[in-house]
Each structure stands twice: as structure tokens, then as C-alpha cells.
Write a protein that binds this ligand. Structure first.
Ligand SMILES: Nc1nc2c(c(=O)[nH]1)N[C@H]1C(S)=C(S)[C@@H](COP(=O)(O)O)O[C@H]1N2
Ligand SMILES: [Mo]
Length: 197
């Protein structure tokens, strides 16, 4: 029995401790987009955070680029089972963007240019766990991967990392976004295999 059960586990666990259960490592960078990729010139780009007090915090591209920029080295995990280890990014921490935001909301909806949405709890956005990233591997982020800028929330499955990010709307309730309304898990932790609901 012991042999059978370790053989069974051997198929689900790669032996690489960096890989969450059911994931395999890829060296490529697949593009996964529902619908066409919007084209957003940086002159027209804006990032917003709206809170329940009705206040709208906004940054132009230049204002965003003037914020403290950090390097991020992280693994990313797609619900379709590929993981990419040790990716490098540059961008602005959500902690920086939330510095002047007053809120009692615990949830948010990320809104992308083009209409894509995804829900993310505030605790998953703060404390050094999420960024608005505009550089990948030392180059400006390609449009197919969300350029000029995308959300990066690497501790959750990659569908939470909204490409062509436009802003964050704070919400009282955890309201499902695009994929969460289409059967994906409301939270999406790869280490708990929160894939589908
Ligand atoms: N705006 C937008 N963001 C998105 C998506 C999308 O369709 N539109 N797809 C999500 C999904 S399902 C995944 S797996 C990742 C894929 O990012 P990539 O194309 O850079 O690999 O983007 C996420 N962010
Ligand atoms: Mo995905």
C-alpha cells in the first residue's frame, strides 16, 4: 500500500518545492487573454483607486513613474497548470499607491482597460504582496502581457494579475470578477489548489 500511495503522490508532486500541487514548470511565457488586447498609449493611461467616501485617487503615467520603483523576483502560477519560476519585474508596490487611501473596505475589484475584472481582497494587495508592474525581464512589458502596465499578485493564480490595469475599486463585499463569475475560485491560492468553485 505504501508503494502505491507514494506512486500516486509522485504524479501530483513534481519534487520541486517551488511548484504548488498540480503545476509543472515552463520556460516559455504563454499569452492568455479573453478577447482582444487593448492598445493604451501611456499619454492616455491613468491608474485610479476609488474608495467608499467617493474619493478618486488618480495617477498619470508620469506621476506613476515618479513613485518609488522596486524590483520583484517571483514565481507565477497559472490555473491551467503552468508555473514560471524566478520571473523578474519592475513596478510600484500597491502599498505605495494606497498610502493616502482611507478605507474600511476589505475587498476590491481590479478593472482593466478592455473591461476585464477580477476581485482581490485588500489583504492580498497590501504588505508587499502586489505591484503594478511595467517592466518584465528588463524590458517594457509587452502589450500581449498587459503593457503598458499590469497588476502582479503572484501569490494567487495568475488570472488575478489583471493585464492593462486601469484601477482598483474598493468594495464592501467580495464581488466575483470575470473569471470568478465563470467558475473560477473566488480567492485563487495555488498552494491550496483553489482553482474552480
Ligand atoms: N485584462 C486581462 N487580464 C488578464 C487576462 C485577460 O484576459 N484580460 N487573463 C488572465 C489570465 S486567465 C492569465 S493566466 C494571465 C495571463 O497572463 P499572460 O498572458 O501574461 O501570461 O493574465 C490574466 N490577466
Ligand atoms: Mo489563466
Amino acid at each position: 500500500m505504501g508503494i502505491i500511495s507514494s506512486g500516486f503522490h509522485g504524479r501530483r508532486h513534481s519534487g520541486n518545492p517551488a511548484l504548488p500541487p498540480g503545476q509543472y514548470e515552463t520556460g516559455s511565457f504563454p499569452v492568455l487573454t479573453a478577447g482582444p488586447a487593448p492598445a493604451i498609449p501611456t499619454e492616455d493611461w491613468e491608474f485610479f483607486i476609488t474608495a467608499e467616501d467617493g474619493r478618486r485617487h488618480t495617477w498619470s503615467w508620469d506621476a506613476f513613474m515618479a513613485l518609488p520603483q522596486v524590483e520583484i523576483r517571483t514565481d507565477i502560477h497559472c490555473v491551467t497548470s503552468w508555473s514560471k519560476l524566478g520571473t523578474s519585474w519592475r513596478g510600484v508596490s500597491l502599498d505605495t499607491l494606497f498610502e493616502d487611501v482611507e478605507t474600511s473596505c476589505e475587498f476590491s475589484t481590479a478593472h482593466s482597460y478592455g473591461g476585464y475584472t477580477t476581485n482581490i481582497a485588500l489583504e492580498d494587495l497590501l504588505d508587499g504582496r502586489a505591484w503594478v508592474a511595467w517592466e518584465f525581464d528588463g524590458e517594457p512589458l509587452e502589450r500581449a502581457h498587459g503593457g503598458p502596465a499590469r497588476l502582479l499578485v503572484p501569490h494567487l493564480y495568475f488570472w488575478k494579475s489583471a493585464k492593462w490595469i486601469n484601477g482598483i475599486e474598493l468594495t464592501q463585499d467580495d464581488l466575483p470578477g470575470f473569471w470568478e463569475s465563470n467558475g473560477y475560485h473566488i480567492h485563487g491560492d495555488p498552494w491550496r489548489e483553489e482553482r474552480y468553485s
